[in-house]
Design a protein around this ligand. Structure first.
Ligand code: BGC
Length: 768
């Protein structure tokens, strides 16, 4: 599984060649930001109020923009549309673009945007899965392919990356982000921006939109769209970190969230959009609201009416109104009444035009409709999707080395409603809704097992009933999916009987259980984390057969798997692994890929533990303290599996934790190094993780904070020394007392190891 040195050298050479050629192509067309802005200023001077307001309008709808075709064409011709959401038909894109470029007075191209979250044709693992790779290059490679495929289909703007920190698995959108940690989440955010935009925004880029700014992941009770109360210190030290990282990586646009943050809706929040984003961070791109969020300021009870909402959003720092037309309908009047100024309007329009110039849209506004699908490219992308899916899986349990499975077991019982579902293996994103038919055919787990084991293996599938839900799914309704009806007692008995028979006749049972993809998504919050439907009964029935059982989880959020953890010997978290997910699962189950993914979230035992995260503060009565402790009396308060955790088919040892300096000034730094050895007999990937704790200071600091990680490929017996800096970037934090971000003099702990419970420990001191 380790690459030979020669392969690595060839890969480096080819990558360098590619970078040089990309740089040459891009530099022949790309404008500097200053050049682009100058052109934008020149254009702005020629624009009428209506044309300016038009640039701030993102219309929604594929062909018709929510209006009749005639009206939409007329609106584009008048310059009334800056961007269109969800247009995915290349002919419609070109038709509208031709109107904008040829019939509209100033020939300003439309920016077409869609949510390309984890792939366009080739669907990669869901974002939470890719984050489990603990390898930012996984995100970067996947998003580069997503960008190429989307761009070839005329999409120049994606509403990605979603960088909301999520510490509560009840929230359905946990699937779209990188989990609970700001350091890890920042690395994943940067990688995604690089993947879509390249090194800098230019003609080869797909523009990123960092969302949902900010605090959305902290909705109360994990209920989507609910209120968010996050104190400034937590916001700055945790929730804002990945946003800032993406901004520093050059992300060209931000999306303001639906939610209200500490009573002020994010889409009308001057502090967030102007004070922090533009003044503190120096962001020069543009802000689009989430869909309908300008109008939504009225629903929040923040704006008195749509005109007031337009006023509050624009003056807070919103540039573009996604889909509510509140700007279009109200800004001209607000300007006429002098409630907003021409200067404010121009300031909103300028970065949108600048980005359009940076993207080269004025020179190349159209999409090539004749571009035939390149089968070589498709095969390469599928191969990459399979590889990245394998890198994203997390082995949670493997008692008695049940995995990898022996291929000599020819009779396999596969159970579960998701084992042969092409849409569920690809997971949640809006693409099924807004660009149907775009996805490459998917390999389910059942198909992957058949591919791996050959035609003579006897594989029996028992799907069982599809899980039902208390309330219908909005997504299901939009997709025209009929909600499943609850199985009758006779149907349950029948399904369990089939599981019993299949298990009895098999050498091994592979249970593929989890959630339907629409159960982990926007508007899909849950009050429990149980395996939905009768899946757990199916698992119990299979286990009662006495046959070895492997649980493969196919889900978008951690689930309550306490029973499985106690009774099932092997558990593989495959997440929703994408187009090639089934082959990737088979690769891991049969040892062609050694799993190396790690959890980017603390895995709860039960929903009642939520929110749960490793980087909480100490309390005066923490769980290890004697007597009164902070815990439940009916449940262990530790996670079932800790943040950073994941097994391998080999084992690793961490030793020789060293610091280049044990004492240094607040302006100084140290370097921590640790030796990681593969102590097993097969090659495998370890993830070296470094955690720190500041023992005292102007504020309480988390018990542990991740401050470095690296995924390492190690041959059996091989040792690698990994080094991480610990300086200003790693040690500083924003203090609610000093109201400043700084390194404080204090004693620190540092740990190195395989997960957030690592015990290899050292200390250092930072002095004045
Ligand atoms: C979601 C965003 C998404 C937008 C456009 C909204 O409902 O919250 O994440 O980008 O729709 O599809």
């Amino acid at each position: 599984m380790t690459k030979s040195r020669i392969t690595v050298v060839i890969e480096i050479f080819l990558t360098a060649l590619l970078l040089v050629s990309v740089a040459t192509v891009a530099s022949s067309q790309a404008l500097t930001r200053e050049q682009a802005e100058q052109k934008a200023r020149d254009l702005l001077r020629q624009m009428t109020v209506e044309e300016k307001v038009g640039q701030l309008n993102q219309a929604s709808g594929a062909q018709s923009i929510g209006l009749s075709a005639q009206k939409s064409d007329a609106l584009v011709e008048k310059g009334g549309v800056g961007s269109i959401l969800y247009a995915t038909d290349v002919r419609a894109i070109n038709r509208l673009q031709h109107i904008a470029m040829e019939k509209a007075r100033l020939h300003i191209p439309i920016l077409f945007g869609v949510d390309v979250v984890h792939g366009y044709h080739t669907i990669f693992p869901v974002p939470l899965a890719m984050a489990s790779s603990w390898d930012p290059s996984v995100e970067e490679q996947a998003q580069r392919v997503a960008a190429q495929e989307a761009r070839a289909a005329g999409i120049r703007w994606t509403f990605t990356p979603m960088v909301d920190i999520a510490r509560d698995a009840r929230w359905g959108r946990i699937v779209e982000g990188a989990g609970e940690d700001p350091y890890h989440g920042s690395a994943m955010a940067r990688a995604q921006v690089r993947g879509f935009q390249g090194a800098a925004l230019g003609p080869d880029s797909v523009l990123t939109c960092v969302k949902h700014y900010a605090g959305y992941g902290a909705v109360e009770g994990g209920r989507d769209y609910d209120s968010v109360y996050v104190p400034e210190a937590l916001l700055r030290n945790v929730y804002l970190q990945p946003f800032h990282a993406a901004e520093q990586q050059g992300a060209g646009s931000f999306m303001s969230a639906y939610v209200d943050l500490n009573d002020v809706p994010a889409s009308g929040n001057h502090w967030l959009l102007t004070e922090i984003l533009r003044k503190e961070w120096g962001f020069r791109g543009f802000v689009v609201t989430d869909a309908g969020a300008v109008e939504g300021l009225v629903a929040h009870g923040y704006a008195a009416n749509p005109a007031d909402a337009a006023y509050k959003a624009l003056t807070a720092g919103v540039n573009m109104d996604m889909a509510s037309q509140t700007f279009t309908r109200n800004l001209p009047t607000l300007l006429g009444e002098a409630r907003i100024t021409k200067k404010q309007l121009d300031a909103a329009v300028l970065p949108i035009l600048t980005v359009k110039y940076q993207l080269g849209l004025f020179d190349q506004p159209y999409v090539d409709e004749s571009k035939p699908e390149d089968s070589n490219e498709r095969a390469e992308n599928d191969a990459l999707a399979r590889k990245l899916a394998g890198r994203s899986m997390v082995l949670l349990k493997n008692d008695g080395h049940l995995l990898p499975l022996s291929k000599s077991w020819r009779k396999i019982a596969v159970i579960g409603p998701f084992a042969d579902s092409a849409s569920d293996i690809q997971g949640g994103s809006l693409d099924e809704l807004f660009h149907p038919g775009a996805r490459n055919p998917a390999v389910t787990v059942l198909a992957g097992l058949r591919n791996k084991l050959g035609a003579d293996a006897r594989i029996t599938l028992v799907s069982g009933p599809e899980p039902t839900r208390e309330y219908p799914s909005q997504l299901d309704a939009m997709l025209g999916r009929k909600p499943a009806t609850a199985p009758t007692p006779a149907e349950i008995a029948d399904a369990l009987g089939k599981v019993r028979d299949a298990a009895a006749a098999s050498d091994v049972v592979i249970a593929v259980l989890g959630e339907h993809w629409t159960m982990s998504s926007e508007n899909e919050s849950r009050s429990t984390l149980d395996l939905p439907g009768i899946q757990e009964q199916m698992l119990e029935t299979a286990a009662a057969s006495g046959k070895p059982v492997v649980l493969v989880l196919q889900n978008g959020r951690p689930l309550d798997i306490r029973w499985a953890t106690e009774h099932v010997p092997a558990i593989l978290e495959a997440w929703m692994p994408g187009t090639q997910g089934g082959d990737a699962v088979a690769d891991v189950l049969y040892g062609d890929v050694n799993p190396g993914g790690k959890l980017p979230i603390s895995w709860p035992r039960a929903a009642g533990q939520e929110p749960i995260y490793y980087n909480h503060n100490l309390t005066h009565q923490h769980e290890d303290a004697p007597g009164f402790t902070s815990r439940y009396w009916d449940l262990n308060s530790r996670p079932l599996y800790p943040f950073g955790y994941g097994l391998s088919y080999t084992s690793f040892n961490f030793a020789h934790l060293q610091l280049s300096r044990r004492s240094f000034k607040t302006t100084g730094a140290t370097e921590v190094s640790v030796d990681v050895t593969n102590t097993g007999s097969v090659a495998g990937d370890a993830v070296a993780q470094i955690y720190i704790h500041q023992r005292s200071g102007s504020a309480s600091r988390p018990v542990r904070e991740l401050k470095g990680f690296e995924r390492l490929a190690l041959a059996p017996g091989e040792t690698k020394t990994v080094k991480f800096p610990l300086g200003k970037a790693e040690l500083e934090f924003w203090s609610p007392q000093t109201k400043a971000t700084q390194v404080e003099p204090a004693a620190f702990d540092v740990w190195a190891g395989e997960d957030s419970t690592a015990s290899l420990h050292a200390e250092f001191t930072v002095t004045e």
